[in-house]
Design a protein around this ligand. Structure first.
Ligand SMILES: [Zn+2]
Length: 293
């Protein structure tokens, strides 16, 4: 499943490739991919004639700003959530359409080479991903309601040690399940939760309250490690990026360099102990029984 670094990598690719792209036709092969407005026709009416003027990311949501082709007037937003297996492809319209293609945004790309017919294609094997059109002068979270429950961005000042301590105190649940909760911090998934807990020396089953109340600097370290593993992964994704605006494997860009994620049964790179796996909050947690207490 794409997590924050993969989605940020996609955002950078979209920002680099798609600015100035004007949509002139929407082909929704799987209409329920469009979450809002209610009909594909209304979605198409909102998006057609609009040009992409910039891409933002909030948690794992992508937000494409739409402007009027002539005057760059406000035409609302194109929202995208890739969920499990969604991919955005930036392709020539005659590129063979795979059976997992869900929505085709056909239009005209504009860059140094001039204008040419082009396509932003949404492909999704598992079909959990969604697209939205948010009309002008409407708040994005009024339409993309999942945005309402997102906690702070991990790179924002709001995601501080003080914020973490305040949010975790008196909470009995495990730190692993708290990190997976998008209301605590936006964009963290299983890979980066496991990696940051390892780098902070924290056992995934540690109670939030215990961590918030203990003396020492583990919470401080956790806050720093969350930011660090995300940055490392974004940097890795950014360097390998091509014209393929997408994410593929379930391991993300960080998978091959992981300390613990997906490595249960293998030796810890820190101490040599055999790494273990536990189910927490319905997800596999990977950890070192010796380095993480
Ligand atoms: Zn270890």
């Amino acid at each position: 499943m794409p997590e924050l670094p993969e989605v940020e990598t996609v955002r950078r690719g979209l920002q680099r490739l798609t600015l100035g792209f004007v949509v002139n036709e929407v082909d929704a092969l799987l209409p329920r991919t469009i979450a809002a407005p209610e009909s594909v026709d209304a979605f198409a009416a909102g998006v057609v004639g609009s040009g992409l003027t910039g891409w933002q990311r909030r948690g794992k949501y992508l937000l494409g700003k739409l402007g009027d082709d002539e005057q760059r007037g406000d035409r609302g937003w194109l929202g995208v959530h890739l969920r499990m297996t969604g991919q955005l492809l930036w392709v020539a319209p005659d590129t063979p359409v795979s059976k997992h293609t869900r929505v085709r945004l056909l239009g005209v790309a504009q860059d140094g080479a001039g204008e040419r017919p082009w396509e932003l294609r949404y492909v999704d094997q598992r079909t959990f991903g969604r697209l939205w059109w948010v009309p002008p002068r409407v708040e994005t979270d009024a339409v993309m309601t999942g945005l309402q429950r997102l906690g702070p961005e991990p790179f924002s000042d709001e995601f501080s040690v003080a914020y973490l301590r305040r949010s975790l105190q008196n909470r009995k649940r495990s730190i692993k399940s708290a990190l997976l909760d998008q209301a605590l911090v936006a964009g963290i998934g299983n890979i980066y939760a496991d990696e940051s807990l390892f780098l902070s020396g924290i056992h995934p089953l540690t109670q939030c309250a215990t961590l918030a109340e203990e003396r020492g600097d583990r919470l401080d370290k956790l806050q720093k490690m969350v930011v660090q593993v995300l940055r490392t992964s974004i940097d890795a994704g950014g360097t390998t990026f091509s014209d393929f605006v997408g994410v593929t494997g379930v391991n993300g860009n960080y998978g091959c360099e992981a300390w613990v994620y997906g490595r249960d049964g293998e030796p810890c790179k820190g101490c040599g102990a055999t790494l273990e796996r536990l189910k927490i909050a319905g997800r596999s947690s990977h950890f070192c029984p010796r380095c993480q207490k």
